[in-house]
Design a protein around this ligand. Structure first.
Ligand code: K7E
Ligand code: CUA
Length: 635
């Protein structure tokens, strides 16, 4: 890469060549951003054809070994969001092997998520979602291995996954919000999870102010990470994109790319500066406690109205231009705000924010560095050794830079904070590094989640794989060591040392799902772990309680009437690790998984009179194919 040193305080775009694409895109619109992405492909492809993977093996140039041999375990759990798929994936790092998909907002045929009774209730009739950001719960600045939180941008929801079962146990609808995008849990304890509304809407959104965008606003929402109840909201005038929290529990943050309040592209890009919202959590909670709040629409959630000027609840730190990511470094001192349409990262000194709120200094005085890192900076990761790694979308690079030097360079333009730029393929969105979002960032691995893969994999038709590339950052130089294709479209990931995560091997039978089944069993006088019973619940309503031990269902046949509403509740009595069964009912759209010691159920309407085989769809035994029974449907 050409050296791009220039005045860090001057984010103007001066170079020719690829840089012109951004100018063009700003002038012409979103389509041109796409063209810019295409245009830089052949050059990148030629330069990086056939990288020799063997170079990266242990012992050579001090690099780490990304190869995990058969039978060996990865050092890290990687939690990936699933984008349009509405799910979460678990990958092993550094092997980048996909270990699991956790259905969240989607309907999933393999597990029955979205069609079994409990998850169907939880999803409230919705069948799809759009997950962008996964974060784990924290205690004392590092992961406590309890929960994973993930947003749904499509329907403004927050879901929680238990780390012992790796299943969703709660989903919370966020009121007065659309486009819930950035989320971040507090880091000093399992406290609040803050959620940003990216889309401004009328408040309340009940038909008023439809065509009066000046009256729109957006909510910064606090959800209790334990109860998953919405605690309060702060109403601001502009949109909010990515979210972050400090390490002390004092502040939360939201980037704003549309301070203009625009409703089209030109309008949203008009201003040279937008801002970082800083939320003063103690002041907000005091206002909530004192009742200095409003109610919006049908929601009973207390809302602090902080629209307009800086005040005790919110200040706005000016950031050039349409900022996107905000990431806090592992020392907790600095918030890195990526410019997106400015080639800069603005370094906000969190220690100065008390003085900003006290009115002693101007908000912009909290910016202590603004290194120029490349065209289209989006997100920043850290190695715990004082370096930052920023993903650069348009240039398709990861830029490694020194935080200390970037701060020094703010007042001394002879200092160059840029250490290295490495090509990634192509158009990187998020980047993250091992333990990067914690005080224990360990500087081993970095992942670049590239939005395009083009020529990197076999052509599989118009929809290409994403390319999640693994970079060894343990040495002085970043080294690309692996291309990892992923299905559409994880935005973000976190990489967690494996000793922090303790999943159970068989189902523990607690939590909201088992509360649901315990109530049902009590109502019917049934012991789920013992009984096999067909219970007539009233005219046209039947419950079938069934157990299984490989390779048989304890109930080999049962009889219902055509048109009956049938609820089939299956308990897997096997206590053997990895021995899952399931339930498929022929021609009735029923297919769900029942793990060892688990209970699941589905409700369906019995079809036309006849015999319908039900069977176990999970290979569980040499006689797995014989694991089936008959449902007799009578006229
Ligand atoms: Cu940058 Cu939704 Cu995190 Cu995508 S967002 S890249
Ligand atoms: Cu049980 Cu196959």
């Amino acid at each position: 890469m050409a050296d791009r040193k220039s005045d860090p305080k001057t984010p103007e775009l001066e170079d020719v060549g690829r840089r012109d694409f951004l100018k063009g895109s700003v002038a012409i619109g979103a389509g041109a951003v796409g063209l810019a992405a295409m245009a830089c492909q052949p050059e990148d492809a030629a330069r990086n054809a056939n990288p020799d993977a063997s170079e990266s093996h242990a012992g050579q140039q001090g690099g780490l070994d990304p190869h995990v041999p058969p039978g060996k375990l990865d050092d890290y759990y990687g939690f990936w969001s699933g984008g349009q798929s509405g799910e979460i994936r678990i990958l092993g790092v550094p092997s980048m092997r996909e270990l699991k998909r956790i259905p969240v907002f989607n309907r999933d045929s393999a597990t029955g998520w979205g069609s079994d009774d409990f998850s169907k209730d939880l999803l409230g009739g919705r069948t799809c979602g759009d997950t962008h950001h996964v974060h784990l719960s924290y205690t004392d600045g590092t992961y406590d291995g309890r929960y994973v939180y993930v947003n749904d941008k499509m329907a403004a929801r927050l879901a929680r996954v238990r780390c012992d079962t790796m299943e969703v146990d709660r989903i919370t609808d966020i009121p007065n919000s659309q486009g819930t995008h950035g989320i971040f849990p507090q880091r000093h304890k399992t406290g609040l999870v803050l959620c940003n509304a990216e889309f401004r809407t009328p408040q309340p959104n009940d038909g008023r102010d439809l065509r009066d965008p000046a009256a729109y606003g957006a909510m910064h929402t606090a959800i209790d990470g334990e109860t998953m109840e919405v605690q309060w909201q702060v109403l601001v005038e502009s949109n909010m994109d990515l979210c972050a929290t400090d390490y002390k529990g004092k502040y939360s943050f939201a980037t704003c790319y549309n301070s203009e309040g625009g409703t089209d592209l030109a309008g949203m890009m008009a201003a040279d500066r937008d801002h970082l919202y800083v939320f003063n959590l103690a002041a907000i909670e005091a206002a909530v406690a004192e009742g200095k709040t409003i109610k919006v629409g049908d929601s009973s959630v207390p809302v602090v109205d902080a629209r307009g000027e800086d005040g005790p609840y919110v200040v706005r730190v000016p950031i050039p231009k349409s900022p996107h990511g905000v990431n806090i470094d592992p020392t907790g001192r600095y918030a890195m705000c990526c410019g997106k349409l400015s080639p800069t990262v603005s370094i906000v000194d969190i220690d100065k924010l008390d003085d900003v709120f006290a009115g002693k200094i101007e908000p912009r005085d909290a910016v202590v560095g603004e290194p120029e890192v490349g065209l289209g900076p989006l997100h920043t990761a850290f190695d715990g050794r004082g370096n930052a790694y920023t993903s650069i979308f348009i240039d398709s690079v990861i830029t490694k830079w020194s935080i200390d030097k970037a701060i020094a360079a703010f007042n001394d333009e002879t200092i160059d904070p840029i250490i290295q730029k490495i090509d990634v393929h192509y158009q990187v969105g998020h980047t993250n590094a091992s333990m990067s979002e914690t005080k224990d960032a360990d500087g081993n691995w970095l992942v670049a989640l590239c939005k395009f893969s083009k020529d990197r994999f076999l052509n599989v038709g118009p929809l290409h794989a994403e390319n999640d590339q693994l970079v060894d950052i343990s040495g002085d130089e970043m080294k690309l060591v692996h291309d990892g294709p992923t299905f559409s479209e994880p935005h973000d990931c976190v990489i967690v040392t494996r000793d922090l995560i303790h999943p159970s091997k068989i189902m523990k039978r607690d939590g909201p799902r088992f509360d649901y089944y315990a109530a049902m069993a009590a109502e019917d006088g049934v012991d789920l772990l013992v009984d096999n019973k067909v219970i007539q619940k009233g005219p046209g309503k039947v419950r079938v309680y069934m157990t299984s031990v490989a390779p048989v269902f304890a109930t080999g046949e049962f009889t219902v009437k055509s048109g009956d509403e049938v609820q089939l509740i299956l308990t897997n009595l096997d206590s053997v690790e990895d021995l899952s069964h399931g339930m498929c009912v022929s021609k009735h759209d029923v297919n769900f998984l029942v793990n060892a010691r688990d209970t699941k159920s589905a409700t369906f309407t019995a079809g036309a009179p006849g015999v319908y085989w039900y069977y176990c769809p999970w290979f569980c035994h040499a006689l797995h194919l014989e694991m089936r029974g008959r449902m007799f449907v009578e006229a």
